[in-house]
Write a protein that binds this ligand. Structure first.
Ligand code: NAD
Ligand code: MN
Length: 821
């Protein structure tokens, strides 16, 4: 073929990247050991596994198969390292992270080639996207290490972190995990995915090169059932950070329930790619290529559901097919290849299975006319049209190069279709009308929304899911909180946990460690009833037996049963309804129906919260007496609780229009709007101590941020919460924003935690109740916030209010808005 021929056909020539240095690197080192305490060690099992090159199906390297004995050693080394690393000044940690970033850049080509060989993804992507982003994450987090002391005062590292990652972006996922963990002073044990361990092992060499203290980073390769599960269960591990499938994520949620391990989960997705009829269709076509054929579609946030406005669907589909015909698939090391290989034969079979199912379900399949290479695991770009929204291929994550398309007529229909999924990881919106795009973005249930772009990532902008896509964010300042905890927690977590009070009659075993001058533990039964305040404790309150409060109305319990409320002398002072499953269902329904609260202006919420404070203040004495009656504390002490409650309402009135998002400037022309969005419906179980303050301390931040709530008041002393009905009613709080169900706190909490339409569950009670809540939450992967039976000083402004509560009340949505013509 001469130049003239090439000019005529415009055929691509081969442009292979040399793999020799990578093969030599492997040859010199294999079989690879485990990386523990900065040493290469043989696995306890003495066994090794093959890592395969998916584009040939041939073995590439032998990696060690770790087991629980190796996990024990690695955890011990990480624990020892944490003693000093956790105390190392931020500036020193910043220097190490900076050095890692530099070394990644120095070894960038070897890393890119290794990644491509081991995973099957194209060299273009590893070289131009994965590896530069890896370096960027270390640079960015070097900055947070430097700033931790000034920007996160009052926080400390969590400790030893077990990190488990998938195979689709091996080195990038590793960077997303290791960089923030180290920046915040934690030590880690990383488990790469079974198919793709090589770049993590090259990273281990970088750890040695930069002289990171031994034991700060440990890397254990091997099988999930050996390494992953042992890490998850290990009592020496303080946190698990997991990225992978929703099924495994939910099994990890159950395995860690009640253990007190912090947990972040980045799970699957079925992200919508929404195209309005005024979109620039040529850009849309390139966008779709990046959305679903990038990394062979093995991307958690892949735009796998194409939603097109009906009038342009035909045109767009034709353009897409023409573009698909031109995509090039083949040797991942060929620089002119668009798509590489699928990671494993198993993954390939799973894609084939789902595609056949799509055909059986009646969808119309289209694939390019060309054939895939026969050696290795390849699957062609695939487009389904005529897909109905309820079918398997429209609902299940395929994790391959398969796009399903559906049509819509109106923006409202687009939003409904987009949100018709159990996931909520990402979404992409295409329209030349910025008003429309920015109107749609907040309505999408997704952690990231890309406007006229897709699959954009940056360390400054947090990434993570809503709903069954998991919880927690990686990147951004918000991502740091996954690797720290409030410093005061350590003090209380070593004090005895209060006993479970599920019988509803025992006086509060209040175990506050940090007693303040106002602490209720200071009050003993000697000064229970201060007769000088004129209160007669024997007067029964039966004339005011409160009902439940659902949808702004007082309703009788479905069970028809009531339970007695006692004072500390075990005298009956009233009765409350005994709520059951049905009451919880009604309350959740009411809370959903009140979702308009999220769209109310923050100024509106500010006014209502002040109004609540004002109306509570008018009845200060009555509320104080109610506290005395229920708890036997002194009047002065009770009055102080009421006043603190009023101050707390003021705090959240103040925060309601101030806890705002930020605007990021990632390296692109444009901005990312990081918005604080309410979580939705939050279920909450109140602490027994401080019947009024505990209740308002939970309800106020949640509603200030636009959530609606279903609250189970203190089981022992529920009357302060039920007395608040009148305060709510007189403060213009819309019906359904706060719903109250009284009864058996732990039983009702479990029902709430298990409920599919509850988006988060807070629980402040016993250790056992906390565990039950975390277990039940695995059903829809809702966020939980539980006390593990540890006390919290609700009177204290650090423990009882502030940013921690606001963070638990919100999730960050990152909206990418590129600009320029
Ligand atoms: P996977 O859940 O099977 O495995 C992920 C990791 O967990 C692997 O390292 C695996 O060895 C380990 N593992 C498996 N079972 C385990 C167990 N019981 N205990 C402990 N560890 C265990 O997922 P995968 O097939 O490797 O990756 C594909 C999935 O990951 C997709 O569902 C995708 O959406 C998701 N993913 C999500 C993100 C995100 O950021 N949200 C990013 C990439 C991939
Ligand atoms: Mn491999």
């Amino acid at each position: 073929m001469n130049v003239m021929d090439i000019f005529k056909t415009m055929e691509y020539g081969l442009a292979p990247e040399a793999a020799t240095p990578a093969f030599e690197w492997i040859k010199e080192r294999q079989p690879f050991g485990l990386f523990i305490n900065n040493q290469w060690v043989k696995p306890a099992s003495g066994q090794y596994l093959d890592s395969i090159n998916p584009s040939t199906g041939k073995p590439l390297a032998q990696i060690a198969a770790a087991n629980s004995a190796d996990v024990d050693i690695a955890v011990a080394s990480a624990r020892t390292a944490f003693e000093s690393w956790g105390q190392t000044p931020g500036h020193v940690r910043a220097r190490y992270l900076y050095a890692i970033a530099r070394h990644i850049q120095k070894h960038s080509r070897l890393l890119s080639v290794l990644e491509s060989l081991d995973n099957g993804k194209s060299i273009r992507e590893t070289r131009d996207l994965d590896i530069p982003l890896v370096a960027r994450h270390f640079y960015y987090h070097a900055g947070w290490a430097q700033l931790m002391a000034s920007e996160l005062p009052g926080y400390e590292p969590v400790g030893v972190v077990g990190q488990i990652i998938p195979w689709n972006f091996p080195l990038l996922m590793m960077a997303w995990k290791i960089a923030p963990a180290l920046a915040m002073g934690n030590t880690v044990i990383l488990k790469p995915a079974r198919y793709t361990s090589l770049t993590a092992l090259k990273f281990a060499e970088i750890v040695q090169e930069v002289g990171l203290p031994a034991g700060v980073v440990n890397i254990l390769t091997g099988e999930a059932s050996q390494v992953g599960e042992a890490l998850v269960r290990h009592s020496g591990v303080n946190k698990i950070a997991f990225t992978g499938s929703t099924d495994v994520g939910s099994s990890i949620r159950r395995a860690t329930a009640g253990s007190g391990k912090k947990l972040s989960l980045e799970l699957g997705g079925k992200s919508p790619f929404i195209v309005f009829d005024d979109a620039d269709l040529d850009s849309v076509v390139e966008g779709v290529v990046d959305a679903i054929w990038f990394n062979q579609g093995q991307v958690c946030c892949a735009g796998s559901r194409l939603l097109v406005q009906e009038d342009i669907a035909g045109r767009l589909i034709n353009k897409l097919r023409a573009r698909m015909e031109k995509l090039r698939i083949g040797d991942p090391l060929d620089k002119a290849v668009d798509m590489g290989a699928i990671v494993s034969p198993g993954q390939l079979q799973e894609i084939q299975r789902l595609v056949s199912q799509g055909v059986e379900e009646g969808a119309e399949i289209w694939q390019p006319s060309w054939a895939c290479p026969t050696e290795g695991y390849f699957f062609p770009p695939t487009l389904f049209t005529n897909v109905s929204p309820a079918t398997t291929i429209a609902q299940v994550e395929i994790f391959g190069p398969v796009l399903v398309s559906m049509t819509f007529r109106t923006p409202a229909e687009a939003v409904a279709l987009a949100n018709n999924t159990r996931y909520g990881l990402a979404a992409s919106v295409w329209s030349e009308n910025i008003n429309l795009a920015l109107d749609v973005a907040p309505k999408l249930k997704a952690g990231t929304v890309w406007i006229n772009c897709t699959n954009m990532f940056d360390a400054s902008s947090g990434f993570g899911g809503y709903r069954e896509s998991g919880f927690g964010r990686e990147g951004g300042k918000e991502g740091l909180y996954e690797y720290v905890r409030p410093a005061w927690e350590k003090a209380v977590s070593t004090s005895p946990a209060p006993s479970s009070s599920s019988n509803g009659s025992s006086p509060s075993a209040d175990g506050h460690a940090n007693a303040t001058q106002f602490n209720a533990t200071d009050t003993t039964s000697d000064d229970i009833i201060d007769s000088s305040n004129g209160f007669t404790p024997t007067l029964p309150a039966i004339d005011r037996t409160p009902k439940m409060f659902i949808k702004g109305k007082q309703v009788r319990p479905d069970s028809g049963y009531s339970q007695d409320v006692y004072d500390p002398q075990h005298r009956v002072i009233g009765q409350v309804g005994e709520g059951n499953r049905k009451d919880i269902r009604n309350a959740v329904e009411a809370a959903h129906a009140a979702s308009g609260w999220a769209a109310s202006t923050t100024h509106n919420r500010v006014q209502i919260l002040y109004y609540m404070a004002e109306n509570l203040a008018v009845r200060e004495e009555e509320f104080a007496r109610r506290i005395v009656q229920q708890t036997g504390r002194s009047f002065v002490d009770a009055a102080n609780e009421v006043q603190t409650t009023i101050s707390r309402l003021f705090s959240y009135a103040a925060w309601a229009d101030k806890y705002e998002g930020v605007v990021h400037r990632p390296p692109l022309r444009g901005v990312v709007l990081a918005m604080h969005e309410p979580i939705g419906v939050i279920g909450m179980a109140c602490p027994d101590e401080y019947p009024l303050l505990g209740f308002i301390s939970l309800v106020a931040p949640a509603i200030a941020m636009g959530n609606t709530v279903v609250v189970i008041p203190s089981q022992q002393s529920p009357l302060s919460a039920t007395d608040c009905y009148q305060v709510f009613e007189t403060s213009d709080l819309p019906a359904g924003v706060v719903n109250i169900v009284t009864g058996q706190r732990d039983t009702l909490s479990e029902v709430l935690a298990d409920h599919d339409d509850v988006d988060a569950m807070w629980y402040f009670g016993s250790a056992d109740g906390s565990k039950r809540v975390e277990l039940a939450s695995a059903g829809n992967m809702k966020r939980t916030w539980v006390s593990y039976g540890h006390p919290r000083n609700w009177l204290d402004s650090v423990q009882g209010e502030g940013e921690e509560f606001l963070r638990e009340s919100t999730q960050v949505k990152n909206i990418w808005v590129p600009y320029g013509e």
